[in-house]
Ligand binder design. Structure first.
Ligand code: 2RA
Length: 331
């Protein structure tokens, strides 16, 4: 039985982690909830028991835990994840703090498994997670040459502040989390701009896709857009394959892929939409069609709940994966 802690338990993703844990059968004997000083003392009910959220301190990080689900931002993770690791815990970190560290695993359980001896494991960016789930079976079957992403990302990707800006925008109240109104608008600006004109969100999708798929030579580009949708990110994926394929073959490969639901019947207006994927665990794919402008290139549209598969569910699935690996090693 594990001693488990959730850091950031009162945030959007942290509370989703508890929702997912509540429906999973991960054996833990103790659960500790941590937050910043501001939220310490909050009462959280989990499986009928009331927990008092504790402030995360260096002393607390030295206590004996087996697993830490961390969703408290990059600064908190940089400060505390190494302390938890030094105390013998395995940290599954939802921030971008460690994702591109060479010796840190970046995991989507349908796609890859932990290999490193480090016990900080990084949860990828939400829009990357939902994209590599369908790309992995296509890479295995046909090989990948190039991927171009355009994302349409929900405001809950910015947390409670994003949701508030959408709701307040409808009342004409200026946004606090975005540089421009998000209500009745689309912002081609997620995270900060780099000197090359890409945003950090776009750079994350480029770098993380290559690392997770273990394809360092893969050509990847991205345009990431915030849209006035509460939950679920949508991603238009334009993919060039290494070997010839038909739309039917691609659809069949995706239909058999773990964690994927194909919704692709345009004659009946059937295709993935954010309203389908919100509160669901799977990645929904559709609008599969050939891109006639380039050889062996195809369009795929996918949606997924950015708080579930894009964050909390994927993190808990990594914990399940580690539990399975641990159980198998004790057989
Ligand atoms: C966003 N992917 O959507 C980023 C972080 N969650 O804002």
């Amino acid at each position: 039985m594990y001693r488990l802690a959730v850091v950031g338990a009162t945030g959007l993703v942290g509370s989703k982690m508890l929702e997912v844990l509540d429906r999973k059968n991960i054996p833990f004997s103790e659960l500790t909830l941590f937050s910043s000083k501001k939220s310490a003392g909050t009462e959280v009910v989990f499986k009928g028991q009331t927990y008092i959220v504790r402030e995360l301190t260096a002393a607390a990080a030295a206590e004996p835990f087996d697993y830490i689900l961390m969703s408290a931002g990059g600064g908190t993770s940089l400060k505390f994840s190494p302390l938890f690791e030094q105390s013998g815990a395995t940290v599954i970190d939802n921030s971008s703090a460690f994702r591109m560290e060479e010796d840190i695993d970046l995991i989507v359980p349908e796609v890859n498994r932990p290999q490193s001896s480090r016990t900080i494991i990084a949860n990828p960016n939400c829009s990357t997670i939902q994209s590599v789930v369908p790309l992995k079976p296509l890479a295995d079957r046909f090989g990948l040459e190039r991927v171009s992403y355009t994302t349409y990302q929900a405001v809950s990707g910015s947390g409670i502040a994003g949701r508030n800006d959408l709701a307040n925008g409808e009342k004409g109240i200026a946004p606090t989390n975005y540089p421009h109104p998000i209500y009745n608008n689309a912002l081609p600006h997620i995270d900060v701009f780099q000197d090359d004109g890409y945003t950090k969100e776009e750079q994350k999708m480029v770098d993380e896709t290559k690392k997770i798929l273990q394809l360092p030579e893969l050509k990847v580009t991205a345009t990431c857009v915030r849209v006035p949708v509460q939950d679920s990110h949508s991603v238009a994926i334009n993919v060039t394959l290494s070997t010839p394929a038909t739309v039917e073959e691609i659809r069949d490969v995706l239909a058999a892929a773990p964690g994927v639901v194909v919704v692709d019947d345009v004659k009946n207006n059937a295709y993935p939409m954010a309203i389908h994927s919100t509160d669901r665990d799977e990645v929904f794919v559709g609008r599969i069609r050939s891109d006639e402008s380039l050889p062996n290139t195809f369009h795929i549209w996918c949606t997924a709940d950015n708080l579930l598969k894009g964050a909390a569910l994927n993190a808990v699935q990594i914990l399940e994966q580690l539990h399975t690996i641990r159980s198998e090693s004790h057989v």
